[in-house]
Design a protein around this ligand. Sequence first.
Ligand code: C5P
Length: 307
Amino acid sequence: MRTTTAGLTVRAPAKINLHLGVGAVREDGMHPLLTVYHAVGLYDDLSAVASPDWSLGLAGEDYIGSAGVPLGGENIVDRAAELLAAHHGVAVTGDLHITKAIPVAGGMAGGSADAAAALVALDRLWDLETSDDDLLALAARLGSDVPFALVGGTALGTGRGEIVTPVADHGTWWWVVVLSPDGLSTPAVYRHFDELFPDAPATPPPADELLAALDSGDPYRLAAAMHNDLQAPAFDLRPDLELRIAQGESEGALRGLVSGSGPTCVFLCESGDHARAVAGALLADREPPVVLVANGPVAGAHVVTHG
Ligand code: C5P
């Protein structure tokens, strides 16, 4: 028996890219990718309550940049609601609220997580029973990283990142996540990639060693295989990031990498205790100011409470 939902909360994870291979810019301005997404335990929660009207609110710590999130109809969650409603021919209704913990403009797909959470929450709230295939197609229209935020775990991303295929991952990987007080514009990092690498291949090469490392569960092997083509342009735009990576590695992390287009940096550690020790050492330096510990892989957007 179906029951009408009065309200629910959906949780969606941040992502990092364990591998980010970028090809030459396409005619539509997007870049072909071969990436390995990894969902980590840093989440935005989106609650949705039945209402005849539409509203969207947001709360989050200042240090993740939540003041910079657009509201007033300009949020990716508004677009997700409009797209899902149009797909089914229903009205856009509900009181939605995001509790943000994923850094804004941090290269961890926080906006994409919110969009994925909204698709899952509104599908339930409006009692639509959208198929997984349709949800993934709607997600792809919202942004390159949104389908992965639905799927979670560890997955290969191709196309412009929107074609997502889960991969074998036999590790529980521990990360130190170092935030930056200032965001970095994803389009600006891609534009600088084009300047630095005018001869980038049409199709980025495979990431076979990284996939084998994930399958092996060996953190040293994974550390050696991690790669990000956007790291060089991100370093050029933000030289402090190169120092930050060196700082984390000198504190004992197995490997540091810029997350996606940055400026968040992630550091792979051997275990939870090791990650907490590295995070503690970085915090003792008092610079950078915000250091978190998270593990992965974790689930994609999922319901955590029913109303
Ligand atoms: O797809 P999404 O909205 O997340 O992309 C944001 C911006 O990042 C795009 O407008 C584009 O400038 C850049 N991008 C890209 N190639 C991709 C993904 C994103 O150039 N594969």
